[in-house]
Design a protein around this ligand. Structure first.
Ligand code: ZN
Ligand code: ZN
Ligand code: ZN
Length: 468
């Protein structure tokens, strides 16, 4: 029998077949991964036979890093430890159904071999698995993030960072969270979730504090730790040296307080510090970045990006009615520039709005701050733009706008006002400012030739770098 043709559209079996599968349903079997590779067969799915954890895990690693990276992998329901790593623990028959269903899904997509970057592989992988597919988090105390995504990890090569890529795709709205599992707090400096909380003195930040009963001397009014009053087994005031015999008569005991042995001061409350175990950064607990841990699934924008084969510039559309995607934006800019070259009376401006720290100009804003703000900002921007204005977003922190017959100065003032209001309402985003630049779309130096969209955008970007 011609094996290659026989298994072309089917499931193959890796390892030794232990389950009692009827002869007719029995898939073609290979002893290990290398044997399968040598055969030249192109399977639709792979069923793992019973094998020790290390063995099947090694097979999976090799499958996910090979040309067959996207294929569904199944295991016997008895192989419980494989559950988080494979597509399903199921019967051979069910595995065949799933594999065939996925092959149908895949027909509309580019060939898996053409999908190169990790972000594209992750989205593609979910797409061909259908609407219910998602990357599930696994709690792992050895992971610096506390949670990791085992299936996504298998898809990454050694030089690729899965957790950063997943976080980036989620922020861009291409992945969405489904089913909250946990909430983690991360170091604002290195992103690690290994944070240690420690009580320190609120005055000098010393660790050497102790909660102690406090005594109050009625004779002189001195208040201090009880230990300061003990002298030869008796109580005496360290300030006025009066012996304190009767509580309520000579002294009383106000609330217990923290006493610092470094600066000798007291406080009702200790201060809590958050210390990062990975980079030693110390700060207040409120400075930690809070992340929600959930299963990550494809969003509508993510599906669209996979179908269009372009993940690089894909972002969830802003909630703005004037929004168009970056490709459309470039086409419109080209078009406007051509009209302008022929009809100089047509006035059109290109504007770039970039988010940055208010107190640290020139410093990029962290992406999670931007996400929190950008949609909110876009909604307000909506009210300020004219119907004929167009906006788009080509990267994390900047918006571009085409403004026909609109003076950028007026719009700029209105945006600044709106932003002030936003800051008043959302105290959190106080540190953010929008840096706006604009230029008139015009042929250069009296030339009749219309500049292209990419020339115009490039010109503005380099102008931004020179601080023009
Ligand atoms: Zn850190
Ligand atoms: Zn006293
Ligand atoms: Zn102190």
């Amino acid at each position: 029998m011609d094996t290659a043709t026989h298994t072309k559209a089917s499931l193959v079996f890796l390892g030794s077949l232990t389950t009692a599968t009827p002869e007719s349903e029995r898939p073609v079997t290979y002893q290990d991964w290398d044997a399968l590779l040598r055969s030249g067969v192109q399977p639709q799915g792979i069923y793992l036979g019973a094998a020790p954890h290390q063995t099947w895990h090694h097979w999976l690693e090799r499958i996910r890093q090979s040309d067959y990276w996207n294929l569904p992998v199944f295991a016997d329901p008895a192989q419980g430890d494989a559950q988080l790593y494979v597509d399903a623990l199921c019967s051979v028959e069910r595995a065949r159904e799933i594999a065939e269903g996925m092959a149908l899904h895949r027909q509309a997509l580019p060939a898996p071999g053409d999908v190169v970057r990790l972000e594209e592989r992750l989205l593609y992988f979910l797409y061909e698995r259908g609407q219910q597919a998602g990357f599930k988090p696994l709690l792992d105390r050895n992971s610096d993030q506390l949670y990791r995504y085992p299936v996504a990890e298998l898809l990454a090569y050694a030089h690729e960072n899965v957790s950063l890529t997943l976080e980036d795709l989620r922020r861009r709205g291409l992945l969405r969270s489904e089913g909250l599992v946990d909430r983690t707090r991360h170091c604002s400096s290195c992103g690690s979730a290994h944070i240690h909380f420690v009580d320190v003195c609120p005055h000098c930040q010393s660790l050497d504090i102790r909660r102690e009963a406090t005594l109050h001397c009625f004779a002189c009014g001195h208040v201090s730790a009880e230990s300061q009053f003990v002298e030869g087994g008796l109580l005496a005031c360290p300030k006025c040296y009066v012996h304190l015999r009767h509580i309520g008569v000579d002294y009383d005991k106000p609330l217990a307080q923290y006493h610092c042995r470094s600066c000798q001061r007291s406080a009702v409350e200790a201060m809590v510090q958050a210390r990062c175990l990975d980079c030693a950064h110390t700060g207040q607990p409120s400075e930690l970045e809070v992340r929600e841990v959930a299963t990550l699934m494809l969003s509508a924008s993510g599906r669209q990006a996979v179908r269009n084969g372009g993940v690089g510039e894909a972002f969830a559309p802003l909630k703005a009615s004037n929004y168009i995607d970056p490709q459309g934006f470039r086409r419109m800019l080209d078009w406007a520039s051509k009209i302008q070259a022929r009809h100089p009376e047509f006035r059109v401006h290109l504007m770039r709005m970039e988010l940055e720290h208010m107190d640290k100009p020139g410093q990029p804003v962290s992406p999670w701050q931007v996400t929190a703000l950008l949609d909110e900002f876009a909604v307000r921007l909506n009210a300020l733009l004219r119907e004929s204005d167009l906006i788009t977003r080509v990267d994390e922190r900047s918006l571009w706008a085409i403004l026909p017959y609109t003076m950028p100065k007026g719009l700029q003032d209105r945006i600044e006002k709106a932003l002030e209001k936003l800051v008043e309402e959302e105290g959190e985003v106080k540190r953010l400012a929008v840096r706006m630049r604009s230029m008139e779309v015009k042929a250069m130096n009296g030339s009749k030739e219309a500049p292209s969209a990419s020339q115009l955008m490039q010109q503005m970007r380099s102008g931004a770098q020179q601080g023009v």
